[in-house]
Design a protein around this ligand. Structure first.
Ligand SMILES: NC(=O)c1ccc[n+]([C@@H]2O[C@H](COP(=O)([O-])OP(=O)(O)OC[C@H]3O[C@@H](n4cnc5c(N)ncnc54)[C@H](OP(=O)(O)O)[C@@H]3O)[C@@H](O)[C@H]2O)c1
Length: 291
């Protein structure tokens, strides 16, 4: 069976749906019932089960956005930097293959040659550069903690979206924010990412770091135009004049906007559609949340 840590969160629920869809046995660990942040408790719980794979979808993301991490630093550090180390130690002891949900928000820009950051590029939006949000810094630290681990996948998501309207869906955010920041990003179809997590295990992909964004990149204006073209909304977009204006009126912490290279994931056989196709498909199947 597969164990999912933080399986009740936004990403965790999508993992649960994927495991159900594939008919795979799984168990969700939630801190309310089992404090898996404590190595001895996590280890004992795993020893009691016939576990073959573990997915760590736990972490502190901040609500309503990453600015909340600036005010909850201990929790952010614990969830994103300390916990991966705890899971790594326990899984190493048990010789258990596992995967950690990380983020592409440890980069800023489009990489040295403009084609996107690869898994070999060192994070450039981290505490080491002293230029990042507390959240991004903690995600980069979490990856440092896992460096050199052999039985571990590190999956980097960015700005998840799918066809289901909701507060965590990027498309929903664009539909509801009163003003938007123009930026270029690689973004992740949530369903394709969680399918890739499970494929890594089922298809015996080599452990390591994988950028899991849909191939390519999009600007905020392009995504908003796709929303308009789809007929999902006829709302008119209003944009901040500049990032400086955005930072002065709407944000506390600097934001990561970046492009990732996904050649490694595609070469490993992981299925990620071109970003324009994945967005168009999500909009074609759009389901409004009942409010
Ligand atoms: N959503 C995004 O935009 C996005 C993008 C890229 C990467 N990620 C990464 O994906 C992972 C899951 O994100 P998510 O959006 O699913 O988050 P979420 O909805 O907030 O769920 C995360 C879960 O983590 C568990 N958790 C463990 N330690 C925690 C702590 N110290 N503080 C808060 N929660 C803690 C909680 O589960 P229990 O209490 O039930 O155990 C919580 O439900 C995180 O590592 C995040 O950095 C998310």
């Amino acid at each position: 069976m597969i164990v999912v840590l933080g399986g009740r969160g936004y990403v965790g629920q999508a993992i649960q749906s994927e495991l159900q869809r594939r008919g795979l046995a799984f168990e969700v660990f939630s801190r309310a019932r089992l404090d898996y942040t404590q190595p001895h408790l996590l280890s004992a719980a795993l020893r009691a089960l016939p576990v073959r794979f573990l997915i760590n979808a736990a972490g502190y993301t901040g609500r309503p956005n990453v600015d909340a991490c600036e005010r909850a630093k201990a929790e952010c550090l614990a969830g994103n930097a300390v916990l991966p180390g705890v899971v790594a130690e326990v899984c190493s002891d048990l010789k258990l293959l596992w995967g950690h949900v990380s983020s592409g928000c440890i980069y800023s820009g489009a990489g040295p040659d403009g084609r996107g950051f690869t898994e070999l590029d060192a994070p450039n939006f981290s505490f080491r550069q002293n230029n990042c949000s507390f959240y991004s810094g903690c995600k980069a630290l979490g990856e440092e903690v896992l460096a050199g681990r052999e039985n571990c996948f590190v999956w980097r998501l960015r700005i998840p979206f799918n066809h289901q309207d909701g507060p965590r869906n990027y498309l929903s955010k664009l539909l509801r924010y009163s003003r938007l920041l123009e930026a270029t990003n690689s973004i992740s179809h949530l369903g394709e990412c969680v399918a890739a997590f499970v494929d890594c295990w089922q298809h015996h992909v080599a452990p390591g770091i994988y950028n899991l964004t849909n191939p390519g990149s999009v600007t905020t204006r392009q995504v908003f135009q796709a929303i308009s073209d789809s007929g999902v909304s006829d709302r008119k977009a209003s944009f901040f004049e500049s990032e400086q204006q955005f930072m002065s009126v709407a944000a506390v912490a600097p934001r990561s906007n970046c492009v990732l290279d996904v050649t490694k994931a595609l070469q490993a056989g992981l299925q990620l559609r071109p970003v324009e196709e994945a967005i168009a498909d999500a909009l074609r199947n759009w389901q409004w949340e009942k409010r």
